[in-house]
Every structure is written in structure tokens, then in C-alpha cells.
Design a protein around this ligand. Structure first.
Ligand SMILES: [Zn+2]
Length: 145
């Protein structure tokens, strides 16, 4: 369990399971592995390379990564419909909400090549993050605080 104070003053907590706060970001290499490893015991799934906390009050994202950013904040800066730069893009993180992840881990074994849940796509840019929701075909731009 952890708590985090957002720039807006809101206190975020991951004490509820599942929660609407945490998101898990698997790197391109991790995702490639998960798609090709066949059925995997949920206990042996590698920890995601990145983790995101989303503030429900101001919609800011806070990005953490292994040995990298320790809580870089990003403010929501815009919303736009699907653009084709997501296609043929190999350097995308696959991002699962805690609710999605909880549903997946309900099984003992998961075959990621066969799951019907569509993860969010995340691209890191010079100025921030781009997040794409495949269900609503919407992308959001987040800029560094
Ligand atoms: Zn906030």
C-alpha cells in the first residue's frame, strides 16, 4: 500500500483492490515476451517496467519506472481523435488499469496472445506522454509539469 500527494493537493492511495488509481506499463520488450511465451503462470509475470498513478481530481499522471523517473508528473493537455502515428509503432508501452489487471489475474494462467482486454497504448515523447485508448479511439496528450 502506498500514498501519493498530487500537485493539485489530492491524496492518492492504492489501498483498494482493484483501484482506479494505478496503471501498469509494460515495455515493448516485455510485451513481446508476454505475447510469445504462451500460457504464463500469473505469479511469474515480470513486474511492469513502468507504473502510472492517475489523479481522478485533476487527471494528472505520475510516471514511475525502474531505475528511471521517480514520480515525474504530467498534466492533461489535450484530447484528440485517433491519428495514424499509432500504427506500425513498435516502441509503445502497453498499459493496463488496475481494474483490467485484476480481471486478468483472476485466472491462474494467462495467454496474452489470446486476451480480449485491450490495453492502453503509451508513447513517451520529448515533452511528455501520449496515451491512446483503443476502445474509444481517443488519444490524450500529457505534458511534463
Ligand atoms: Zn491531482
Amino acid at each position: 500500500m502506498a500514498r501519493l500527494r498530487c500537485v493539485c493537493g489530492n491524496t492518492l492511495s492504492n489501498s483498494r483492490s482493484p483501484n482506479e488509481i494505478q496503471y501498469y506499463a509494460f515495455s515493448p520488450n516485455q510485451w513481446k515476451y508476454l505475447l510469445t511465451c504462451g500460457e504464463i503462470d500469473v505469479l511469474t509475470i515480470p513486474d511492469p517496467e513502468g507504473e502510472i498513478w492517475r489523479c481522478p481530481q485533476c487527471e494528472r499522471l505520475c510516471w514511475f519506472s525502474e531505475g528511471g523517473d521517480q514520480g515525474q508528473g504530467y498534466r492533461k493537455a489535450g484530447e484528440s481523435p485517433f491519428s495514424d502515428h499509432w500504427e506500425n509503432e513498435e516502441k509503445l508501452f502497453r498499459v493496463f488499469s488496475d481494474v483490467q489487471w485484476d480481471g486478468l489475474l483472476w485466472n491462474d494462467n494467462v495467454d496474452f496472445a489470446k486476451i480480449t482486454i485491450q490495453p492502453f497504448l503509451l508513447k513517451r515523447t520529448e515533452t511528455g506522454l501520449l496515451l491512446f485508448d483503443p476502445e474509444t479511439q481517443t488519444e490524450w496528450t500529457y505534458l511534463k509539469d
